[in-house]
Structure formats: C-alpha cells, structure tokens
Ligand binder design. Structure first.
Ligand code: PRP
Ligand code: URA
Length: 209
C-alpha cells in the first residue's frame, strides 16, 4: 500500500490557509499555488540519490555530490496542475514536463481524458503527478494510469488539498504510489467538492467561473 505523507511544514500550512480564504484574489492565489508546490517539491525530493563527482573549486580539487540516477518528469493534470508545475520548475528547472488533460464530468464526477503528451522514456524517470485537488480521486487515478501506460514504474502523487475518498481511491487503484498532500480535509459535499477545501482550483487559478 502506498504511503500518505501530510506535509506539515509551517510555511506550507500558512500559505494554504491564505489560499483557502474566499477573499484571496486570483493573482495572489496563483502565486501561492506556485510557492506551496515549490515547498512541497523540496520535501518530496529529499530521497533523490546523490553521487560523488570530482570538481575544482577556486581553492582546491575536491569530490562533491550531485543528484544522480533517474531524471524527473513532472506531470501536471490540466488545467489546475499547471500552476503547481510552474512552482516546481523554479526549483528543478531541468525536469521534463508531461501534460494529461482531464476534466471531471459534472454529472458522473468521472474523469474524461482529452489530452496526453508525455516525455520520451517515461520508464526511466521518477514521475511526480501534480494536481491541487484530490477529491473523488478519479482524475488522479486516471492520470497515474496514463503515465503507467507509457511505462512509468516510479510514480508519486502530489496534491495540495485531499479528501479521504480520493486517498482511498488512489491507494486502491495504485497501491505502489506514495501520496503527498498538504491537508486531508473532512469530506466531499454532494457536488464532489472538498469540504472545507478551497473551491474550484482551476477557476480560482485562472479567474474563470
Ligand atoms: C479538478 C481538479 C482535479 C479534479 C479533482 O479539475 O483540478 O483535476 O477536479 O477531482 P476528482 O478527484 O474528483 O477527480 P476539474 O475537473 O475541475 O478541471 P479543471 O482543472 O480544468 O478546472
Ligand atoms: N475540484 C476542485 O477544483 N475542487 C474540489 O473541491 C473538488 C474538485
């Protein structure tokens, strides 16, 4: 069973609280999504392997550490995941980026895939699927399925706000995937929105309704 990690860092929690407020405008919300995603990526990449290389400083030759092994691919779920990918790329600018386009049918709440473009050699990459909201879990599960179809065997899921249902769904469908969230909220409402949540993440990011 994949592990669930709730990232309790005070900066993450403080910024998430500002995002949740209905009075936070689009510009600030967008900046906060990027900042929180960057902070979460810092935590998630703690276990990246390091290898020694020989370099010369201006003072002396030495052996120092660099990240080694599988290269990263960030896969935002369109559209709201884009805001998170921008934040992660500020920290890891060399990461490749794939896109999975999904929307949630408002009646059935089931995800509908409309786009999928992923980097080459997905089987050789550490993949981080990013989406701010993990509600029923249908979208995240479908996005993970899409990257696995292309050969990925090492996948993590990173979301800002989650509901217990969404976590259970991803754990059931993808028991090999670790889940990283900033919060596990109480529940879903009758429309599949996370309570208390932060509303519709895509609309809040892009100022749509
Ligand atoms: C939102 C969100 C997730 C999905 C979560 O996207 O960004 O992708 O809902 O819900 P689920 O866990 O029940 O699948 P939405 O369908 O609103 O599309 P958008 O990003 O284009 O606004
Ligand atoms: N999608 C969102 O954007 N917000 C929710 O609360 C649930 C799904």
């Amino acid at each position: 069973m994949g592990q669930v990690h709730v990232l309790e860092h005070p900066l993450i929690q403080h910024k998430l609280t500002i995002m949740r407020s209905k009075d936070t405008p689009t510009k600030e919300f967008r900046e906060l999504v990027q900042e929180v995603a960057m902070l979460m990526a810092y935590e998630i990449t703690r276990d990246l392997p390091l290898a020694p290389i020989a370099i010369e400083t201006p003072v002396a030759p030495t052996v120092a550490k660099v990240i080694h092994g599988k290269t990263l691919a960030i896969v935002p779920v369109l559209r709201a995941g884009l805001g998170m990918a921008d934040g992660i790329l500020q920290l890891i600018p060399n990461a490749k980026v794939g896109h999975v386009g999904l929307y949630r049918d408002p009646e059935t709440l089931e995800p509908v895939e409309y786009y999928c473009k992923l980097p080459q050699q997905m089987d050789l990459r550490e993949v981080i699927v990013v989406d701010p909201m993990l509600a029923t879990g249908g979208s995240a599960s479908a996005a993970i399925e899409a990257v696995k179809r292309r050969g990925s065997t090492s996948v993590k899921l990173m979301c800002l706000v989650s509901a217990p249902d969404g976590i259970a769904r991803v754990q059931r469908d993808h028991p090999d995937v670790d889940i990283y969230v900033a919060s596990i909220d109480e529940r879903l409402n009758d429309h599949g929105y996370i309570v208390p949540g932060l509303g519709d993440a895509g609309d809040r990011l892009y100022g749509t309704k």
